[in-house]
Ligand binder design. Structure first.
Ligand code: PGA
Length: 252
């Protein structure tokens, strides 16, 4: 069965105290909601992981990291391994976010190594793909996303692919206030599911969770989530306010 999901990507925001407030604001707000068949995932900055996993042990949320090393262990100053994350009860990791591709030069090759490291430690990758504005304007959005999936994910075995969540995040929609329309999101999600089906078969493709990300907010979430191939959202800016995030979860 396909799991519906809302994941909050806090990016590089919040001090320790602010993160504590947000975390408790969210879990308090979730208490009144029925969350059957859905997952709520919070992806705070690394220094707040332990606080977050402690809270997650007592509440219906799971924790994801925003990044993971492509290496397994050893002399890689400043890096954080999948094994470390697993040892702290982290369950998900965002890989391939456009900000990592753009500002940190993460290539498809590096991203596929990160996916492998995550899966070796039973972390579920939330693998992001999406085209830039110029690529959409040139009508190349489908081929760009297809190439990202082929290079980053499609080397996986069926068994590993079952653990993956895909997030379609058009770069022009991230943090801009301009979301993809419901029709644009549905078209791309259906295409992604079709590609997964061609490579992995119908059963796996039907069970695959495909999230939409990019200026998703309380006002547009319900329409986006109502699309047949949109199984939830990866939320940036609107995940930084407990009320907005809860309202998006309620739309699922
Ligand atoms: P946004 O970010 O919701 O602020 O557009 C989404 C993301 O980058 O995952």
């Amino acid at each position: 069965m396909r799991t519906r999901m809302v994941a909050g990507n806090w990016k590089m925001n919040k001090t320790f105290e602010e993160a504590d407030d947000l975390l408790f604001g969210i879990v308090d707000g979730l208490q009144s909601l029925k969350l059957e068949g859905m997952e709520v995932i919070l992806c705070p900055p690394f220094p707040y992981m332990e606080m977050a996993t402690d809270v997650a042990a007592e509440h219906p949320v799971r924790i994801g990291a925003q990044n993971v090393s492509q290496f397994s262990t050893g002399a890689y100053t400043g890096e954080i391994s999948a094994e470390m994350l697993r040892s702290m009860d982290v369950d998900f990791v965002i890989i391939g976010h456009s900000e990592r591709r753009k500002y940190f030069g993460e290539t498809d090759e590096v991203l596929s190594a990160k996916v492998n490291q995550a899966l070796l430690q039973d972390l579920s990758p939330i693998f992001c793909c999406g085209e830039q504005l110029e690529e959409r304007e040139a009508g190349r959005h489908r081929e760009v996303v297809q190439a990202q999936l082929e290079k980053g994910l499609f080397h996986l075995s069926d068994e590993d692919m079952k653990e993956v969540v895909i997030a379609y995040e058009p770069v022009w929609a991230i943090g801009t206030g301009v979301n993809a329309s419901a029709a644009q999101a549905q078209e791309m999600h259906a295409m992604i599911r079709e590609l997964v089906q061609e490579r992995y078969g119908q059963a796996l493709a039907q069970d695959m969770t495909i999230l939409y990300g990019g200026s998703c907010n309380p006002a547009n979430a319900a329409e986006l989530f109502a699309q047949p191939d949109v199984d939830g959202g990866l939320i940036g800016g609107a995940s930084l306010k407990a009320d907005d995030f809860i309202s998006i979860v309620r739309s699922l």
